[in-house]
Design a protein around this ligand. Structure first.
Ligand code: SF4
Length: 382
């Protein structure tokens, strides 16, 4: 059986080389060829002994993901749709900016969390990606872009685990992938430039703080439990106060001294002045000292099955003002790649609707338009 070498962090590759009777420095050479130079053929690796190259050919590959499609936006954003087999597809999006190049990477085919405003959530869960499938998105994007831009310099400076899937529900594949990104012999990214975005899997946030503390973004999207129960169903398991405490614990190990709270602005749902005031209360209640969080307000990318609408620009500006005036650092995310549906899950959804999740979502929407009290009741019963 051949092994895909994209599946290994450096320690994993060293163990693999050891099984072949090779020393650790051979693993380092191999790792550098793969990740720093984008080699996909062992014959390219000119400083490896011919005998080792021949041995590797019999038991290993460097296997990229097949590309189903590529879309390039007029603003430079590039979105790839990769085939991960059995009718499943995942996306990676490259977002160039003046001072950085960010790649948004997927961790699962589909997602089991089922957030109401998320196109991926509406497609249901299919399976966890392997470490190789997570790393392959970066490997492919980095070396494809270098070739196109005719540069040997690094193109992708930042990775955000914000594509399809809840990364902390695929923890054992995620952590080696993060280590490949951070490794000086791999992509050499600083911990501050690799961000894991979670909907709030509290026990895994604690583990990540111990195992591989990178920057953390939390998909908050609501200031109170009844509303968050509805928008981010995982909240029923890990309610907001527990999540806030986990954020504070994470900060003791994090490479940055703040957590980013993502907040998708949904017209008439979570974008009212009252919601902003509740957020201010929440942040103050959990503040240990000084600035400990930032808010990133995200314009919703509407898709028909959601039944939700994007908040108007004046509403978003008023909301941001209320938070800022209370001393909370608040940014509004620029929409990028609108012309290529660059929001997570929007292309993959065309490939397959994995389960009857769309029907279930529609049922939840019916529940959600009941008065707030009965809504919370229904979800507790569900
Ligand atoms: S927002 Fe993230 S956690 Fe929620 S359904 Fe989408 S991919 Fe899953």
């Amino acid at each position: 059986m051949t092994v895909n070498l994209l599946d290994f962090d450096l320690n994993g590759l060293a163990a693999f080389c050891e099984r072949l009777g090779e020393k650790r420095f051979r693993a380092t050479q191999l790792f550098r060829w793969i990740h720093q130079r984008g080699a996909s053929e062992f014959d390219q690796m000119s400083d490896l002994a011919k005998s080792l190259r021949e041995k590797l050919k019999t038991c290993a590959t460097i296997q990229a993901l097949p590309v189903i499609s590529e879309h390039q936006s007029s603003d430079g954003t590039v979105k790839w749709l990769f085939d991960v087999g059995a009718g499943n597809a995942v996306e990676a999006v490259y977002i160039p900016e003046d001072d950085r190049g960010t790649l948004c990477v997927s961790s699962q085919a589909g997602c089991a969390v089922g957030c109401r405003f998320c196109s991926t959530g509406h497609q249901g869960f299919s399976r966890n990606l392997t470490t190789a499938e997570i790393v392959a998105q970066l490997w492919f994007a980095e070396h494809t872009l270098r070739e196109r831009l005719k540069t040997t310099d690094r193109v992708i400076s930042n990775v955000v685990m914000m594509g399809m899937g809840e990364p902390l529900q695929n923890y054992s594949a995620l952590v080696p992938a993060l280590r490949v990104m951070l490794d000086d012999h791999g992509y050499g990214m600083s911990r501050r430039r690799v961000t894991v975005s979670t909907s709030g899997v509290v026990p895994m946030m604690d583990r990540l703080a111990m195992d591989c503390p990178v920057a953390l973004a939390v998909s908050l999207h609501a200031p109170n439990d009844p509303l968050r129960d509805d928008l981010v169903p995982l909240n029923r398991k890990y309610p907001i106060d527990e999540l806030m405490e986990a954020c504070n614990r994470y900060l003791e190990h994090a490479p940055r001294d703040f957590i980013t709270f993502e907040y998708c602005m949904l017209d008439g749902v979570n974008d009212q002045p009252e919601h902003a005031r509740q957020l201010v209360d929440l942040v103050r209640r959990h503040a240990r000292s000084g600035v400990w969080c930032k808010f990133n307000l995200i314009p919703f990318n509407p898709f028909p099955a959601s039944g939700l609408l994007r908040s108007g620009a004046p509403q978003v500006a008023a909301f941001a003002k209320l938070l800022s005036e209370a001393g909370i650092v608040t940014t509004v995310r620029k929409t990028r790649g609108d012309d290529i549906d660059a929001a997570c899950g929007q292309l993959a959804g065309e490939v397959q609707d994995r389960t009857r999740v769309v029907e279930r979502m529609a049922k939840r929407r019916t529940i959600a338009i009941q008065p707030a009290g009965s809504m919370a009741q229904s979800h507790k019963e569900a």
